[in-house]
Ligand binder design. Structure first.
Ligand SMILES: [Zn+2]
Length: 481
């Protein structure tokens, strides 16, 4: 790690495109596309990357909105990856301190994935320019990962070998500070639908002719609750009955119970899932029904490599916190007061490097972290104390707060990538310590071999709102130099 002219060039390149990074994030904010339906979002991202000289590969793992953009060749292979999907029923105007949808009922961004995308593209364009300017060798690969909010895409990328030859990977995610961590960050998760099939009959006149699929779903629920006493306290499991039949006088011939199984390690999540299949078989036996399983997502815990965290931290300190204006701080404290959280304002100091505390949440980038040394850049575009998916988390995302945070994040990501391209020792150290960190764990995908991605996810919902949302798209598009 050093203060090289190459790094300065990369950070200046981010700064020069600051306005375009802001415009890209704002455009994606107003597109507000749900997972697997991010066609305009990825269209704009790849248009920029293509114009900047990247080669675009579409349809990664058969997902239409998944892409890889590549520049350069040979070693090392440095990957940047991030997500860009919105959340349902979250439409929220930017820059106001009350709940006010842009389009009532429509999707919106309430976890800053619009800014994540802008940071990654801004960093990628700057790194590419720097590589070209100084003749830096290696491959820069940018992964567009759809449907993070439903934990879909990256486990497919890893299972299908798209990270096989990657040396190090950097992920960026919105936060309330400029910071990074190392160690285990999140949980493993398997999301699966269990569908029972039986036979209908009139519930009053001939119930003895039926095989009740809803009974099977209910018995699976009861069975799991009995088992719960004997499970490790580290597990979390929860469910909804997403199909419980149509009306009471028709005994349901189909039912679906949708489960999330969470555990601290991938193997323990796998064990929970295997137990769940046995409980389902028990419920099917009791009701003379049959069952099938559809795995909607299956992700390993996220984790970060210490060496990469140190590289990132060094650059965080070089970049520093953005200067917040009085008006920005006022918006932040007004919103914090409105939603009853501590009125701290935006932080003025960058975060210190720390070991992560493993949380029970999950992110679909988990699998990447078990095959490649991984680092994360968190950047300050979210208002402190506001929980994601709350309307308040949409407020800052298309304002100068998000714009400034994005530039700081993109500079950090770009400078860290340049460090890795220029110092083969760093990459070697990251790989060596990565092996020590994961110990004897041998990665096996949690995703079944034959599982296909859910391409229809959110399609109907997105189509319902698209035309009403189009009226609010920004007129101005980014034009990166
Ligand atoms: Zn997120």
């Amino acid at each position: 790690m050093q203060d090289s002219k190459q790094k300065q060039f990369a950070m200046d390149a981010v700064e020069e495109n600051g306005n375009n990074i802001a415009l890209l994030g704002d455009n994606i904010f107003y597109f507000a596309e749900l997972g697997m339906q991010e066609f305009r979002t990825t269209g704009l991202m790849t248009e920029i990357l293509e114009q900047a000289g990247f080669e675009i590969e579409w349809n990664i793992s058969g997902i239409p909105t998944a892409f890889i953009a590549t520049y350069g060749s040979g070693k090392p292979v440095v990957a940047l990856h991030t997500e860009f999907d919105a959340t349902p029923s979250s439409s929220q105007m930017a820059g106001v301190t009350e709940q006010k949808p842009i389009v009532d009922g429509a999707p919106g961004h309430t976890e800053g994935h619009n800014v994540n995308a802008a940071v990654m593209v801004g960093a990628a364009v700057a790194v590419k320019k720097t590589m070209e300017q100084f003749g830096i060798e290696g491959t820069l690969r940018v992964y567009g990962a759809p449907a993070e909010e439903q934990l879909v895409s990256r486990p497919y990328f890893v299972r299908d070998g798209y990270f096989k030859d990657v040396d190090v990977a950097l992920h960026d995610h919105i936060g309330s500070n400029l910071g990074t961590v190392y160690g285990l960050r999140q949980y493993a998760l398997i999301s699966a639908e269990f569908t029972f099939k039986g036979e209908s009959a009139h519930a009053a006149t001939s119930p003895w002719n039926a095989r009740d699929a809803l009974d099977a779903a209910v018995l699976m629920d009861i069975g799991w609750d009995k088992l719960r006493e004997h499970l490790e306290p580290s597990q979390r499991s929860h469910r909804v009955i997403s199909n419980g039949g149509d009306q009471p006088n028709v005994i349901p011939n189909t039912s679906t119970i949708w489960w999330f199984f969470r555990e601290a390690t991938a193997e323990r999540a796998r064990t929970l899932f295997e137990k769940a299949k046995r409980v389902a078989q028990g419920a099917a036996t009791m009701t003379d029904t049959s069952y099938s399983v559809n795995v909607l997502s299956a992700v390993a815990p996220t984790r970060c490599n210490r060496v990469l965290a140190e590289v990132i931290q060094n650059n965080i300190e070089a970049v520093g916190m953005p200067e917040w204006s009085e008006a920005e701080q006022k918006l932040v404290t007004d919103l914090q007061t409105k939603v009853n959280v501590k009125a701290t304002g935006m932080p003025t100091q960058v975060a210190q490097l720390r070991e992560a505390v493993q949380s029970v949440s999950a992110n679909d980038s988990g699998d990447v972290c078990w095959v490649v040394p991984s680092g994360v850049v968190n950047f300050p575009s979210n208002i402190p104390g506001i929980a994601y998916h709350h309307w308040g988390a949409g407020v800052s995302l298309a304002t100068t707060i998000a714009h400034k945070g994005a530039v700081a994040g993109a500079k950090t990501m770009a400078a860290s990538a340049i460090d890795l391209f220029m110092d083969p020792q760093l990459v070697a150290q990251a790989k060596e310590t990565f092996k020590e960190e994961i110990g004897g764990v041998e990665y096996r995908p949690l995703l079944p071999d034959d599982q296909q991605p859910p391409l229809e996810l959110n399609r109907v919902l997105m189509e319902r709102y698209r035309s009403a949302m189009e009226a609010h798209y920004p007129k101005e598009k980014p034009a990166f130099s």
